[in-house]
Design a protein around this ligand. Structure first.
Ligand code: NOJ
Ligand code: CA
Length: 576
């Protein structure tokens, strides 16, 4: 079966300046854990500039930079104090410009994270809201409500925040009395903006232009489905509300149709630039509703997390790929693929966990939110207490490499997360006292949090902090980093790092129109597809060798047997 090719692919040009993002390989940098240049244990922007040669050598097309704005780090920087500045611990605006220039000189685009659903509680607008009376214009930029009960000392509703605990926090009024409550769908340090407020809307347009003027090529939009809210006078109890990914757009705050008016406005701003700025939505919505985020009148692209939440399973992979390619054909956007990011257990570890969590042990959040999704919750919790015999690291890594090689052969954008090119596993052994994630603190004993995938990268095996910093890193690194440090992988042609380099460079050479044709295999554990130009990708998901067609092997995720078979948990690229 061939996924129908829309007319746009007929005019495909690899160098199209406007469409650079359609099949880009995008590398996510979590800046505080990438590389530290001033010895404070925190990665910084000059650290990214210093590593541009590494990024160029890796062969990526773009960097997606997680928040680098001033922040108290209540949520890893997703609590922004000032949207148009750089955290002084990470550098200055001049450092940002130098980093952008260095990336551009190396032919690498830059996508920055924009966090429009909430600011931090240290944002000047929130401080002004606290200092102003109830009903004031300053309070109207956020979502304040009187409490219930006699003294207003009960929250306006029983809604739970994504990180656990109430989604409402009570403030102290300027005169010292207990006062109103504000809504925070995430941590209490992340008050939700009121997107019915014109000032909020205008200010984000200013922010988008601020970064676009500085040369930023695109934006990753955090919680893109959460901005517009419709909160009636009497708020319904949580139990009466549909899940986050409701099919009908009737939720009071997730995925409401009005949110697209905002993105239509943003699109006008993006199109003021040449080439137009791109955007990709983080929208955990029902698949049938993803299209609007990805429309060319809106953000233009949306993440699908289907492969990220799938098991290493041929049927699941095939159905996700088929559905998503059909979806992108319908919207005109290109597909997005991702296995790992800063919110989930690294895929090499997920695929190596031999036991599924028992459902009774794992509370499944109603919202189905990313942080509460199957990819982290259950598996991270299991990992936290998992004896080593429940984790087969080698199998996990072999599967992860096979999955990644398959992904890099797919039409659309591939999003990679720092450290996966080193084959890093989740760092499970972080003492509680050193954990940082609010998901851990707000769910004692239930959610281990996301710190395990945010541990600073190992650059070499000899120096302090594995070459990341001259001092203790802000999150502790495990001893096994010695074996996976980037420099130690340089010389080894079979290393994960060199596999990523070879794959990314071949992907560039082989890339053609956004088309894929499935080749039927007798063995249901084998997925085989072809791209235009005779580029075949074949993956063995099973645990016994599978016969290979005749052809020339270009690259494989693990050693080939040389007997015409494809070993288990292996992908090969061939020309047939
Ligand atoms: C999604 C981000 O990826 C995550 O890290 C963050 O905690 C939430 N949005 C809230 O901003
Ligand atoms: Ca630093």
């Amino acid at each position: 079966m061939t996924v129908p090719s829309p007319s746009r692919t007929k005019t495909f040009e690899l160098s199209s300046a406007h469409d650079w993002w359609r099949q880009a390989s995008v590398y996510q940098i979590y800046p505080r854990s990438f590389y530290d240049t001033n010895g404070d244990g925190l990665g910084d922007l000059p650290g990214i500039t210093a590593k541009v040669p590494y990024l160029k050598n890796l062969g990526i097309d773009a960097v997606w930079l997680s928040p680098f704005y001033p922040s108290a780090l209540a949520d890893g920087g997703y609590d922004v104090d000032d949207y148009r500045n750089v955290d002084p611990r990470l550098g200055t605006l001049a450092d940002f410009d130098a980093m952008t220039a260095a990336l551009h000189d190396a032919g690498i685009k830059l996508i920055v994270d924009i966090v429009p659903n909430h600011s931090s509680d240290r944002h000047e607008w929130f401080r002004e809201a606290l200092a102003s009376p109830a009903g004031s214009p300053a309070r109207d930029r956020y979502i304040f409500r009187d409490g219930l009960g006699q003294d207003g000392n009960e929250p306006p509703s029983d809604w739970q925040s994504i990180f656990g605990g109430s989604a409402w926090e009570r403030i102290t009024e300027p005169d010292g009395t207990p006062g109103q409550w504000y809504l925070h769908l995430f941590a209490k340090e992340q008050p939700d903006f009121n997107w019915d407020n014109e000032e909020v809307r205008k200010d984000f347009l200013t922010t988008l232009r601020f970064w676009a003027d500085r040369g930023v090529d695109g934006f990753r939009v955090d919680v893109a489905h959460g901005l517009t809210k419709h909160l009636p006078e009497t708020l319904p109890p949580e139990i009466e509300m549909p899940g986050m990914a409701s099919e009908h757009g009737q939720h009071l705050f997730w995925d409401r149709d009005e949110v697209h008016d905002i993105y239509a406005q943003w699109r006008q701003v993006f199109n003021e630039y040449d080439p137009p700025r791109m955007a990709v939505a983080e929208a955990w919505v029902h698949p049938s509703r993803r299209a609007r985020y990805a429309s060319s009148e809106g953000l233009g692209q949306a993440f699908n997390f289907d492969l990220l939440t799938a098991d290493f399973n041929a049927a699941e992979f095939r159905s996700s790929i088929t559905k998503n390619l059909a979806e992108s054909n319908a919207t005109g956007a290109s597909s997005t693929w991702v296995f790992s990011n800063h919110d989930v257990v690294r895929h090499s570890t997920r695929y190596g966990l031999l036991q599924e969590p028992e459902s009774s042990q794992i509370p499944v959040a109603e919202t189905g939110a990313p942080m509460a999704g199957g990819a982290r919750d259950g598996k991270a919790w299991l990992l936290a207490g998992a004896p080593e015999h429940q984790l087969d690291r080698d199998l996990g890594l072999a599967r992860a490499k096979a999955a990644t090689l398959l992904m890099l052969a797919l039409p659309g954008s591939a999003y990679l997360y720092q450290g996966e090119e080193l084959g890093l596993h989740e760092a499970a052994e972080i003492p509680d006292a050193q954990r940082q994630d609010p998901a851990f603190f707000r769910n004692p004993g239930v959610d281990i949090g996301r710190d395990g995938c945010r541990v600073p990268l190992p650059w070499n095996a000899e120096d302090s902090a594995f070459g990341f910093s001259t001092t203790d890193p802000h999150l502790p690194q495990p001893q096994w980093f010695t074996k996976v440090a980037a420099e130690s992988q340089e010389a080894d042609q079979q290393s994960t790092l060199n596999l990523y380099r070879k794959a990314l460079s071949r992907r560039r050479m082989l890339q053609g129109p956004e088309e894929l044709r499935w080749i039927e295999e007798e063995n249901p554990q084998v997925l085989h597809f072809a791209r235009p130009g005779g580029w075949h990708s074949i993956t063995n998901f099973g645990d016994t060798p599978a016969p290979l067609p005749l052809g020339l092997a270009l690259l494989s995720s693990g050693p080939l047997a040389g007997d015409g078979t494809l070993p288990p948990a292996t992908t090969v690229w061939m020309t047939c």
